[in-house]
Design a binder for this molecule. Structure first.
Ligand code: ADP
Length: 769
């Protein structure tokens, strides 16, 4: 069985293992298929990773195109490499890589990638739509012949920025414009110079390529600028010697020394001291490009997606700089983006606050649950305590105690009431089966062990009465009732039960046994006395009867003799009165008494014979027995025009002769004490009841008044001694004796209407089976 289970477990593990591996393979397959089913996007980035602008664009694209797209990125690295040979090499590389790849869309970031694709799209990616972003110098003519090109432009909107400066600082007196000698720098400077013409009120200071200022000079000049000055920083990527400038550091320095806020048009400076501006933003460029790409990928034809000229520029501000220059947030253009805003405690620790609140809420729920469980437990405990008290009280009152035996550890636990039952003081019992066995009277030990063994084998319940010896050497009786608990494998693990002191009961039972025995002996003595007395008294009575007859005959002879003699008439008269009148009257009295005494002695003999008769108990077919009685009495019954109805009767255990006599007596009485008004009708029935067969003999005769039912079974008792119906008052006494000898019962049942009903209960054979 065990090895079979082991084999089953092995195959179960193998099956589960195989199922897991198959599922895993299937999942991998699905995953790789899913990857190849995703739209393929190629991002051609003009620069390299790590450039703030460039990284911003990538972030923006990825914020739109998430995991549902299969994205590849090519960094052209044009900040470092910018030769024709290099572009040729890139071309070859891309051709090699993407010749056999079905791209769904290309996103180009900034001008170099845009220009590269303008030139090579047709040959490298002929049917793939291109979305460009970060393109400064856009000329619509460039894509006139390129229907698959669309995108977002990088427009600077200098006019809007100057407008913003004037709106936020209406009383500004000086505006410094910083730019370098790059193409964009020169163009920007030129454009602002044009704008400045419409604002002659302001003193415009152009620190541009014409001034040929290096970084130091620039910072120094800005630091010396008068109060009420605003700085507008277009570009300063290159100093007059052509060296690249670390614009982030430069911006920080300028911000430290400037007498007023600095504005600019690109978000790459944001966070380094710039107050704000209407800015081009790498992130938003990328985001808009991503949105366009998504639109095309989800089915919109490229020609239906126009070039976005403005959507990627945002009003952006640095909160700290606004605070520094006391610029109210309220006057900023609507929808402005703010960086460096100090977050409220809640905002800053939102996750933590919610986590802690959640934890507290959870704890509160747990505490509540625990609390209610605790209350419930207390309630149950109180109930249990009360029950335990009741139980303990009941056990105490019944001189009982409970025990529990752990079969595995051999620990025998006794409840507090058990030790006194064994004559121990509290805590003196050592709590093992052996210690318990030691308490048992030696003669009883074996039967207790056997009873335990039988119970453990599940062959019977544990019930035993045995003697124990108290430490003071007195012997006591106890009864044990127990039950066994088994584990899953059917091994007995625990046994528990109740022990009760039955010393007093056993004492009474012994007494009863003794009394019953004595009673039996006395009864037998009495029977023999009655028998002997009635038997022995019979012969003197016969003598009295005989000699009384002799006396009568002698009296008659004496009369004849006296008549033949000459006796004086007065003497003769006297003798004649004595012999003819007095003596016959006396003799009649003696005869009646002797007859009565003889009858009584006969009755006694009859009854005592019933008591001494040897009984032969057998399973009696009562239907057959009653049928015989009916047959024997048929003459009598027919003569009286009577009937005897016998229902189907259950069998009983009895002596056939005596049971026959019992029913004959009852039926005989029913006929004898019939009513003069109707022919006798007798009904006999029987049923099984609690181990006895209860038979009833019901008649329609004179009936018996309730006051007689108590005495009717007494010997010689007659209801109407003057009745012409002959009887000795013995029939029912004999019935009672027979029933007694069968350990049964006889009684008169009240009836409705006429007649009497005698019930007899005799042990059933059913119970004995
Ligand atoms: P016996 O019939 O010889 O007088 P029993 O012991 O049989 O003596 O009956 C005692 C008395 O009970 C009877 O004298 C009679 O009055 C009364 N008795 C017994 N059986 C019936 C009966 N079936 N109906 C009415 N009376 C009865």
């Amino acid at each position: 069985m065990y090895s079979c289970r082991k084999r089953l477990s092995f195959w179960f593990i193998v099956t589960v293992g195989v199922a897991v591996i198959v599922c895993q393979l299937f999942a991998d397959q699905l995953q790789s298929q899913a990857r190849y089913n995703k739209p393929r996007v190629l991002i051609v980035n003009s620069y390299n990773k790590g450039l703030k602008w460039s990284d911003g664009i990538m972030e923006g694209i990825e914020s739109v195109l998430s995991a549902e797209f299969d994205i590849s990125v090519e960094y052209m690295d044009c900040k470092r490499y910018l030769s024709d040979t290099y572009f040729k090499a890139l071309y070859d590389l891309y051709e090699l890589k993407y010749n056999d790849v079905d791209l769904d869309i290309i996103i180009s970031t900034d001008d170099n990638a845009y220009q590269f694709l303008l030139e090579n799209h047709q040959s490298l990616f002929p049917a793939v739509p291109v979305v460009f972003c970060g393109v400064n110098n856009f000329d619509p003519g460039q894509i006139a012949e390129k229907p698959l090109f669309t995108g977002v432009l990088e427009q600077l909107h200098l006019d809007r920025n100057i407008d913003l400066v004037m709106r936020l600082h209406p009383a500004v007196e000086n505006i410094i414009v910083i730019s370098d000698d790059t193409t964009n720098g020169i163009a920007n400077s030129r454009r602002i110079r044009e704008i400045s013409k419409s604002l002659p009120r302001v003193n415009w200071l152009f620190y541009d390529s014409k001034m040929e200022l290096d970084e130091k000079q620039l910072v120094s000049l800005v630091s010396k600028a008068p109060q009420n000055t605003v700085v507008y920083y277009t570009d300063y990527f290159r100093d007059p010697d052509g060296n690249l400038v670390d614009y982030e550091k430069l911006m920080q320095k300028l911000s430290q020394v400037a007498p007023g806020p600095i504005y600019t048009q690109s978000d790459i400076y944001l966070g380094y001291g710039v107050a704000g501006g209407y800015m081009v933003s790498g992130f938003y460029q990328g985001k808009v490009a991503g949105e366009i790409a998504k639109k095309i990928l989800t089915g919109t034809p490229v020609e239906k997606v126009p070039i976005v000229e403005e959507g990627a520029n945002k009003y952006m501000f640095d909160y700290q700089q606004l605070q520094r220059w006391k610029i109210s947030e309220n006057i900023l253009p609507p929808g402005s983006i703010m960086i460096n805003r100090p977050q409220s405690f809640y905002y800053q620790y939102k996750v933590m606050i919610w986590s802690i609140s959640g934890a507290f809420a959870f704890l509160a729920i747990v505490i509540l649950a625990l609390f209610s469980a605790l209350l419930y437990r207390r309630k149950i405990e109180t109930k249990l305590r009360i029950r335990e008290k009741r139980y303990s009280f009941a056990l105490q009152a019944a001189r009982s105690g409970s025990w529990e035996w752990d079969i595995i550890t051999n620990d025998l636990f006794w409840s507090e009431h058990v030790e006194p039952l064994f004559g121990f003081e509290k805590g003196r019992f050592s709590g093992t089966l052996e210690a318990f066995m030691d308490c048992i009277l030696e003669q009883d030990r074996q039967k207790v062990s056997q009873a335990i063994e039988k119970a453990l084998q599940g062959r019977s319940d544990y019930y035993i009465e045995h003697r124990i010896v108290w430490p003071d050497k007195t012997i006591h009786w106890v009864s044990e009732t127990g039950t066994v608990e088994y584990d899953k494998t059917g091994r007995p693990v625990r046994m528990f039960g109740i022990v009760q002191d039955i010393t007093q009961r056993r004492h009474y039972e012994d007494e009863r046994e003794k009394l019953l025995h004595r009673l039996k002996i006395k009864n037998e003595e009495l029977q023999s006395v009655v028998y002997t007395a009635s038997h022995d008294l019979k012969s003197p009575l016969v003598n009295v009867q005989g000699f009384t007859g002799e006396l009568i005959r002698d009296c008659e002879s004496l009369i004849k003799y006296c008549e033949s003699q000459s006796i004086t008439p007065s003497v003769w008269q006297e003798i004649r009165t004595m012999i003819k009148e007095n003596i016959p009257v006396y003799i009649r009295y003696i005869k009646t008494s002797v007859d009565k005494m003889s009858m009584l002695l006969d009755g006694l003999l009859k009854v005592s014979r019933i008591g001494t008769q040897q009984l032969n108990f057998e399973n009696l077919d009562m239907n057959e027995l009653l049928e015989n009685i009916k047959r024997e009495m048929s003459y009598q019954v027919t003569k009286l025009n009577g009937t005897i109805d016998v229902e189907r009767l259950p069998p009983c255990m009895g002596d056939a002769r005596q049971i026959n006599q019992l029913f004959t007596n009852l039926i005989d009485n029913a006929l004898k004490y019939r009513s003069p008004d109707r022919p006798p009708a007798i009904q006999i029935s029987g049923k099984y009841e609690n181990g006895f067969c209860v038979y009833s003999v019901r008649d329609n005769g004179r009936g018996i008044l309730p006051e007689h039912t108590k005495h009717i079974f007494e010997i010689f008792y007659r209801l109407d001694p003057s009745s012409p119906v002959k009887g000795e008052g013995l029939g029912l006494t004999i019935v009672q004796r027979i029933v007694d000898r069968h350990d049964g019962r006889v009684w008169i049942e009240p009836v409705e209407g006429h007649g009497a009903c005698f019930c007899v209960a005799i042990k059933s054979t059913l119970m004995l089976k």
